[in-house]
Design a protein around this ligand. Structure first.
Ligand code: SF4
Length: 334
């Protein structure tokens, strides 16, 4: 048998590490690919790849994911996570690379039944059918529970060397890791922000409002902003982001664009407040109220707020609102 190379869709979690090692044990070289978006950044995958000496490429799929999130064929999970569509997209993209670059087959660390929706037998076979690689998609950890794939029937790998893991228990994986001498691996954390309900509420707001104003114009920084601060929707033109601590205030400063409005309370410690793309007058007034409400300024008298917008500094005088009265504007899962 000549030199064979497989391509792994590599998340960096234990399952994907094991999938790579099982195939490597059979003398097959493996390269990895990680599909990245701001919702699931690549640092964990990079770290794990480094530890096991895997050649990993990072491919950005943010644009495609945004279209899928807006209208997934197979629906969302509890948050805005379109898991079936996301798996399918990654498999399709990996298949393109496989075919273009001459990899013999494709592997993933998926385990049958580990996730209720996207890893049922039916779902896994559907993805296999619909992505362009069909029977070249091998899931080494659950292969014996699934129909034989081409790498098996063509003798590239022996079926009895593959595994029959299924279900949500992590014990078989941990036992195998011990057997293979794999000690350092990340805990199975839900690394995808799309499964976070608070984050999903903010993303939905962004898609509902900003996209209407600027179709197809969501910038990476707009997505980064969703990860920090309290977010308030004042009206269709105005969203207000209020820093919750020093670190977030610094980050807001770094992420601010010249076309944003920035506010800060004068003479008292308080949050950095940002209105992405400026908003309208009503919105700026309400942002000043929020800046005072979340500051250390006295709550019973007017306070001055500096507004930096379109290259000009102006001042607004306003009073705090009780936090309860700010809540109806808060973008949250409730
Ligand atoms: S949890 Fe996130 S990264 Fe994972 S399949 Fe679902 S949408 Fe994709």
């Amino acid at each position: 048998m000549g030199h064979i190379k497989a391509l792994a869709i590599f998340s960096g979690g234990l399952d994907s590490i094991l999938a790579v090692e099982i195939i490597r044990k059979e003398g097959i070289e493996v390269d990895g690919v990680y599909f990245e978006t701001p919702f699931f950044p690549s640092y964990r995958a990079k770290e794990s790849a480094f530890q096991i000496g895997l050649n990993l490429r990072i491919v950005d799929i943010t644009k495609e994911m945004l279209s899928i999130i807006k209208k997934p064929r197979f629906g969302h999970g509890a948050g805005l996570n379109p898991c079936m569509d996301c798996h399918l997209l990654m498999c399709q993209k990996a298949c393109e690379i496989m075919k273009r670059e001459g990899y013999a087959f494709l592997i993933t660390g998926e385990v049958l039944g580990q996730r209720p929706f996207s890893q049922t037998k039916q779902a896994m076979l559907k993805i296999q059918r619909e992505c362009l690689c069909g029977d070249y998609l091998l899931r080494p950890l659950s292969a014996k529970c699934l129909p034989a794939t081409l790498p098996e029937s063509e003798g590239l790998i022996e079926r009895h060397k593959l595994l029959d893991f299924k279900g949500r228990s992590r014990k078989p994986q941990m036992k195998l890791a011990q057997k293979l001498g794999i000690k350092d691996y990340p805990t199975p954390a839900g690394g995808c922000l799309l499964t976070d309900l608070e984050f999903s509420a903010r993303l939905k707001d962004l898609l509902d409002f900003q996209l209407k104003a600027k179709p197809n114009d969501i910038q990476p920084r707009d997505l980064e902003l969703l990860k920090i601060g309290r977010h308030f929707r004042i009206n269709p033109q105005t969203k207000v982001v209020v820093g919750r601590n020093q670190k977030e205030n610094e980050l807001l400063k770094t992420l601010a664009l010249p076309e944003d409005a920035q506010l800060r309370v004068i003479s008292y410690p308080g949050p950095r407040v940002l209105i992405p793309y400026g908003g309208d007058l009503e919105g700026i007034k309400m942002a000043a109220v929020l800046a005072v409400s979340y500051s250390d300024a006295p709550k019973n008298r007017p306070v001055r707020v500096q507004v930096n917008y379109k290259g000009k500094f102006t001042e607004v005088q306003t009073s705090a609102l009780p936090k309860e009265s700010c809540k109806p504007f808060l973008i949250s899962k409730a």
